[in-house]
Design a protein around this ligand. Structure first.
Ligand SMILES: NC(=O)NCCC[C@H](N)C(=O)O
Length: 414
């Protein structure tokens, strides 16, 4: 049996393609079993999942990442470990048990019931949620009005099935970790988990941790939302951010201000994407595959962009018309021109493959990517251009609309 790859020192992500060394992923668990025809839309899934198959596909994915030299950090393990730190446990419970969601009485009763639960059990509650029936098994009687109005199978605490997509709730830009103020309520607790990990887990408070954690309070963020799928580290100097269904202009400016203030990049490029679910994030329509190339969903074409920089201590943004997008991106990547890779498909096939994440590729190294097997035409086209494509059987994993890039949060590329 192959042992784990040797632990690489440091942390940080300075581009999209340097060899992937350390990455956070989430193995799907009980939270997926809370997805039903009635709840799936609220939880942002297009279908219900076959958990056993999803787990084995995810295990394949993690095994592939390990084989390729990455240290794979499991979110559940990290959270279980951090729950042993008293301040982290208190913070995570505070975040989960919101009086404005549960009501004051239930929040107080749940806190008492969960406070001393073993970490391995508590982590399941935090990720998979809890029903009235399960609460009763923990000895909590539904005393509050809110709980008494619910049935035994009803959820008191919602599950977080989208933890599978670790890309979105936080991101690393250089040695700065930014926690995302998420667009949808269904995903907001995910960010609280990541914030506590970055601030409290020994792995991240030590020398391999971030130099700075940017974490706007979601309640204060208002319309200023950002999701990691919209953020791409083009080079040491430049980050691209999609203005999308999820990331707003306010959010992008806020992120830019934080990154420029931390001195981690010189420039943030905001790209005005169409606002629709099929293109929910920038990485849903385009991803970087090597030093000069991005795969792109053809119908996206070029869109208007805005370059945000700091000049004389002031933030400035400069607008560029759509037909300059590729030049703006090339400059961000530090290359003379950008190679845009679009599979030669009729509009129907192109739309179908893109819906199944054909453009959501995870680069393991320059010119070497992981893709879903079902994106056959796009994968063949990439290969014909010399890109190495490692295929993953991910039909269950993709049911929430996310591909290999969405399922990873790189912590170290080197
Ligand atoms: N970066 C990504 O595109 N992530 C996929 C997120 C899918 C998730 N079900 C969502 O709607 O937020």
């Amino acid at each position: 049996m192959m042992g784990p790859p040797p632990r690489a020192a440091g942390s940080g992500v300075r581009d999209e393609i340097s060899p992937l060394r350390r990455v956070i992923v989430h193995r799907p668990g009980l939270e997926m079993e809370r997805l039903t025809p009635d709840t799936r839309e609220r939880f942002l899934f297009d279908e219900v999942l076959w958990l056993d198959r999803a787990r084995s596909q995810h295990e394949e994915f993690s095994a592939l990442l390990r084989r390729e030299g990455a240290e794979v950090l499991e979110l559940t393990d990290l959270l279980t470990e951090v729950l042993d730190v008293p301040e982290a446990r208190a913070e995570l419970l505070d975040g989960a048990l919101d009086e404005w969601v549960l009501g004051s009485i239930a929040a107080q009763d749940l806190r008492e019931a969960l406070a001393d639960l073993p970490s391995a059990q508590l982590v399941t509650v935090l990720i998979a949620g809890i029903t009235i029936g399960e609460l009763q098994q923990l000895g909590v009687q539904p005393r509050s009005i809110v709980l008494q109005r619910l049935g035994e199978q009803d959820l008191v605490l919602d599950p977080l099935p989208n933890h599978l997509f670790t890309r979105d709730s936080s991101m690393w830009v250089g040695d700065v970790a930014a926690v995302s103020p998420m667009r949808h309520t269904a995903r907001r607790r995910e960010s609280l988990h990541l914030e506590t990990l970055y601030r409290r887990h020994p792995l991240f408070t030590g020398p391999d941790g971030p130099r700075r954690v940017l974490a706007p309070e979601t309640s204060k963020a208002g319309v200023g939302t950002v999701e990691g799928g919209d953020v791409m580290v083009l080079s040491e100097s430049t980050v691209a951010v999609g203005l999308s269904e999820r990331t707003t202009a306010v959010g992008a400016e806020h992120l830019a201000a934080g990154l420029l203030d931390a001195g981690v990049v010189d420039r943030v490029i905001a790209l005005a994407l169409p606002q629709r679910r099929s293109m929910m994030h920038l990485d849903t329509v385009t991803t970087v595959v090597d030093e000069e190339s991005m795969v792109r969903y053809g119908p996206l074409g070029q869109v208007e962009s805005y370059v945000i920089e700091k000049v004389g201590g002031r933030l400035l943004s400069r607008a560029h018309p759509a037909d300059e997008m590729d030049q703006v991106l090339a400059r961000g990547m530090g290359v003379p021109s950008l190679r845009v890779i679009t599979a030669p498909l009729d509009p129907y096939s192109a739309a179908r493959e893109q819906w199944d994440d054909s453009c959501n590729l995870l680069a393991l190294a320059p010119g070497k990517v992981v893709a879903y097997e079902r994106a056959a035409a796009t994968n063949d086209h990439l290969r014909s251009l010399g890109i190495e494509v490692l295929e993953l059987d991910g039909d269950e994993l993709g049911r929430g609309r996310g591909g290999p890039r969405c399922m990873t949060c790189p912590v170290l590329r080197a």
